[in-house]
Design a protein around this ligand. Structure first.
Ligand code: GTP
Ligand code: MG
Length: 462
């Protein structure tokens, strides 16, 4: 039920993202309008169509050092690392109040309003029937009491190998890339040649650059400490960037880093200084993006509220009005046809067989006859208007399920086409939507105020 969901979202947000608390009430107001119009069923809510927590996902080739990076960022050994393929699941790491960190099965993700995974099993089932019911094989949840994770979700993933990957994993990867606010794609400098990364590149890069929000993807060449042996950092970085460019990537989001504690010791001081300088600068840029992700998500959530309200007012309502009007017109014509036919039938029967003479003989009889006639027309009207509404809704179902629902919700037998033709139709809902849009803009203003940096510069807004 939405009430329960609002309450749980509020509970989590008050602990992790209080800025967004009052936005829930605005979503609630939006849901109420949508329930009234019939675009949402009473147990549905727009709050479950977006991710409330910013997501950072770490993807890449196996043994590239993804888990080592995650541990280092969090300052906790939460993930296992090693030279063989270690991870076989996606691990969603999020904030937890308890001191000990806990590992929960993937199914826990379905129940938690923070996670945009509520339909992941269905998604997987679509490409790999039956597989979705086993999401525990693909996903697990870990909680950690770390300030770094407050109001954020971090996802570590299994090493990517398109050949060996089942469709289920590919589908989850796409879903994660789609939902993430920031995607870190790891390669490692031990295998910088295109051959070793081709599969990964082809799949990951092509899905990510196809994404309209390409700036959210960072390409990271890890383990650049291994270039010390031959002192060929520039060559290795160069060939890796060329491989990316061949896939059509010309973005500036390339980084070269390594993990100090995992790196092999370097003798040459000069070289160490150079590599460390590069790494420190690039890690700082990456961390800056990771830290800012919450702000971008907050803007996105409010923006969606405004977009939903505008879409309902400017597109959904006019479309619904048009649909209802055309339904009303069909009902009217059918009514006329039915009424005409019944009347004609009665007349013919009366004239030819004098079937109703006995009724017309007395005033009471005439009255009963008229009532029967009206009753028949009335019953036909109810049946017909229902039938026509369902027929029309069925046609809408494949393109716009919500519209089909809204049509059935509004197309009731006691309504006529004349009601849907008015300017004032759904005036109350329209003014509520206007109000929500104004409020959304005010919230954005509030966020701006909150995130204005000391230098007076505003943070990036979408
Ligand atoms: N030399 C060096 N080794 C590293 C670096 N980062 C990680 N490693 C080592 O590389 C191995 C793999 O690291 P992981 O963090 O497990 O890699 P992963 O990408 O999570 O691997 P999978 O989960 O199996 O795909 C481990 O033995 C790490 O110690 C680095 O910057 N330099
Ligand atoms: Mg790993």
């Amino acid at each position: 039920m939405p009430e329960e969901r609002y309450a749980r979202l509020k509970e989590y947000l008050s602990a992790e993202n209080p800025v967004l608390l009052d936005v829930i009430d605005k979503y609630k107001a939006l849901d109420k309008v949508a329930h009234k119009i019939g675009l949402l069923e009473s147990d549905e809510t727009y709050t479950s169509t977006i991710s409330w927590w910013p997501m950072i996902s770490v993807l890449g080739t196996f043994s590239a050092g993804k888990s080592t990076f995650v541990n280092d960022y969090l300052g906790a050994e939460i993930q296992d690392t090693g030279n063989q393929a270690v991870d076989d699941k996606f691990t969603v790491v999020c904030y937890g109040k308890n001191e000990d960190h806990a590992t929960l099965p993937g199914l826990a993700l379905d129940a938690d309003p923070r996670f945009p995974f509520y339909n992941i099993s269905e998604e997987v089932n679509k490409v790999d029937p039956g597989e979705g019911n086993r999401v525990n094989l693909y996903l697990q949840l870990k909680t950690l009491n770390s300030e770094k994770l407050r109001g954020k979700i971090l996802i570590d993933s299994p090493g990517f190998d398109a050949d060996a990957q089942r469709d289920g994993i590919l589908r989850i990867t796409n879903h994660i890339v789609e939902m993430s606010d920031l995607v870190l794609i790891f390669f490692d400098a031990r295998h910088p040649e295109p051959g070793a990364m081709r599969d990964t590149l082809e799949h990951l890069v092509s899905t990510t650059i196809a994404h309209k929000d390409a700036n959210k993807v960072l390409y990271i060449l890890n383990q650049i400490d291994t270039t010390a042996k031959e002192d060929n950092l520039e060559d290795v970085m160069g060939s890796w960037q060329r491989a990316l460019a061949q896939e059509g990537l010309i973005s500036g989001n390339f980084y070269g880093i390594y993990n100090e504690s995992a790196s092999s010791p370097m003798q040459n001081e000069e070289l160490l200084k150079r590599l460390k300088g590069k790494k420190d600068a690039d890690i700082a840029r990456i961390i800056e993006r990771m830290d800012k992700v919450g702000i971008e998500r907050a803007y996105r959530i409010i923006k969606s509220l405004e977009d939903y309200a505008r879409e309902i007012k400017n597109e959904k309502l006019p479309k619904l009005q048009e649909e209802l009007h055309s339904w009303g017109r069909r009902v009217l014509w059918s009514d006329l046809a039915v009424f005409g036919s019944i009347l004609a039938l009665v007349l013919i029967l009366h004239v030819t067989l004098n079937l109703f003479g006995f009724l017309l003989a007395t005033p009471e009889g005439t009255m009963v006859g008229t009532l029967l006639l009206i009753g028949a027309v009335f019953a036909a009207h109810i049946k017909l208007s229902n039938f026509l509404a369902h027929h029309q809704a069925k046609k809408l179902l494949s393109t716009d399920e919500n519209m089909a629902k809204a049509l059935l919700h509004n197309a009731r037998w006691w309504k006529s086409m004349f009601g849907f033709n008015k300017h004032s139709w759904k005036e109350g809902s329209k003014s509520k939507l206007n109000h929500i849009m104004t409020q959304a803009r005010e919230s954005i203003q509030k966020l701006n105020d909150q995130f204005v940096s000391p230098a007076g510069k505003k943070e990036k807004q979408e």
